[in-house]
Design a protein around this ligand. Structure first.
Ligand code: SF4
Length: 447
């Protein structure tokens, strides 16, 4: 065995998935997971440039690692992810005890960089282009029964608040054959749920052609193909962009048995003026229209969203327009974000940045509204029975956590093997979770 490693992941599912790849590379080289920093020979901070205070969190974590490194000079510290891509050489200037800075396109070179850092000192690879698709790398997955599958990296949109196009580059789709081969391999190893990942899944395939023709593979085609793979019982995907949404995706959602009745559909703002400033090229009515069409075709569908509060120039009237859309949309859940400027984005230099206390006030009002809606939607599930997939122990350790196809968390009192499907009847509801009781198998017939 080579040694032990520890990975700390910040940010989104893309990063979680990249961390699985980083773990896979390390494990292939003989490393094993470490229980804590003190036992690790390699510590990887897989960073996010999107979320608030990303810099502060990274340099805070690096500050904590400095004395650990001084006490154990054999420790290798790696900074990976979007912030590594964005800040590049600045990271080792500010924290010279960092051994490797590795950007989002350079993951396949991690082991090489680690080895070179031992001989030559600090290394950095922040190349601008992905040569090997991250999904072609080995992965050490947390869950034996659920997996993320990357279908595209990068993004061709230019939302003015977003750093992703700068740190992940233009969209590059993975060939449909590659994606299917990965999912087939996962299914053969017992994976029953896959989440297809892309910054904008609707534009999947725009940069590809189908071999032997001028056609482009489409996301709806991909959904239908994955649906056919034996052993896969649940397909999820994130995220579609309302601007690029197409009816064939709704049809595929409605027709494919394994595609779950849940969609994450980022609104960002309910004001057309703000959407324009964000360079989100759909408008509120169009958004609501898509939602109505999705709900009509997939009646049980649950909808989650992202909303940014306090974008530069957002007036009280704009904010009320967001509240209005939130009420009309009746989201099952929402991730609300307080806008804060991300250096490198266009929005960061826009005039009329909103004072912090105004942003906070609007955020609190939005959260209060959405909590009420989420609670009402969860209460509507009381007494109903669902097939749930058991995920493991609940956070407090006094329940088992399971999930409905609609992505609702259900806590069950019984200890049940993770990865099993059971039927559960909902007995109580809170805004962010449900509680339920397992229906014994014989009684489950006909529920
Ligand atoms: S669609 Fe917009 S918010 Fe999403 S990754 Fe692309 S640029 Fe960022």
């Amino acid at each position: 065995m080579n040694g032990r490693y520890l990975i700390r992941t910040f940010g989104c599912q893309m990063n979680e998935h990249d961390s699985e790849r980083i773990a896979g590379l390390l494990e292939q080289d003989g490393y094993a997971p470490a229980p804590g920093v003190d036992e690790a020979e390699v510590v990887v901070l897989n960073t996010c440039a999107v979320r608030e205070n990303a810099d502060r969190r990274l340099y805070g974590a690096l500050g904590h690692l400095k004395p650990v490194k001084e006490a154990n000079p054999r420790l290798r510290i790696v900074v990976a992810g979007c912030l590594a891509q964005k800040d590049q050489g600045r990271i080792q200037e500010r924290a010279p005890w960092v051994d490797v800075v590795i950007g989002t396109h350079a993951l396949p070179h991690l082991m090489d960089l680690l080895r070179r850092s031992q001989v030559e000192g600090p290394q950095m690879d922040v190349r601008e282009y992905t040569e090997t698709f991250p999904s072609a790398l080995p992965a050490a997955r947390h869950d034996p029964f659920r997996a993320w599958v990357s279908i595209a990296v990068g993004c061709d949109n230019g939302c003015t608040f977003c750093i992703v196009p700068f740190v992940r580059g233009a969209q590059r789709s993975r060939s449909i054959g590659d994606v299917l081969a990965e999912v087939q391999g996962l299914a053969a190893r017992g994976v029953i749920e896959v989440t297809l990942l892309g910054q904008n899944v609707n534009t999947y395939g725009r940069d590809l052609t189908v071999a032997g023709s001028s056609r482009r593979p489409l996301f709806a085609t991909l959904l239908r193909e994955v649906d056919r793979i034996e052993g896969i019982r649940r397909i999820r995907f994130t995220s579609p962009h309302p601007h690029d949404f197409t009816p064939d995706v709704i049809e595929a959602m409605a027709e494919c048995d394994t595609v779950c009745e849940h969609i994450h559909f980022p609104l960002q703002s309910g004001s057309d003026r703000v959407l324009r400033a964000m360079q989100r090229s759909y408008r509120r009515e169009r958004y609501l229209d898509w939602l109505a069409r999705i709900r009509q075709a997939v009646p049980e569908v649950a909808v989650s969203t992202d909303i940014i509060v306090g974008f530069p120039g957002e007036t009280e009237e704009d904010f009320r327009a967001t509240l209005d859309v939130v009420e009309r949309a009746g989201f099952d859940s929402a991730y609300q974000f307080q806008y804060s400027p991300r250096p490198g984005t266009r929005a960061a230099t826009m005039p009329d940045q909103i004072p912090k206390e105004v942003v906070q006030d609007r955020f609190d009002r939005l959260v209060a509204l959405q909590e009420g809606i989420s609670l009402a939607r969860n209460r509507a599930q009381l007494g109903r029975a669902f097939e749930v997939l058991v995920e493991g122990d609940g956070r407090r350790g006094d329940s088992t956590q399971a999930r409905t196809r609609t992505n609702r968390i259900v806590h069950l009192p019984d200890a049940i093997e993770p990865g099993s499907f059971v039927r559960a009847r909902i007995t109580s509801a809170a805004a962010h979770h449900l509680r339920g009781a397992v229906i014994p198998e014989r009684a489950a017939v006909g529920v």
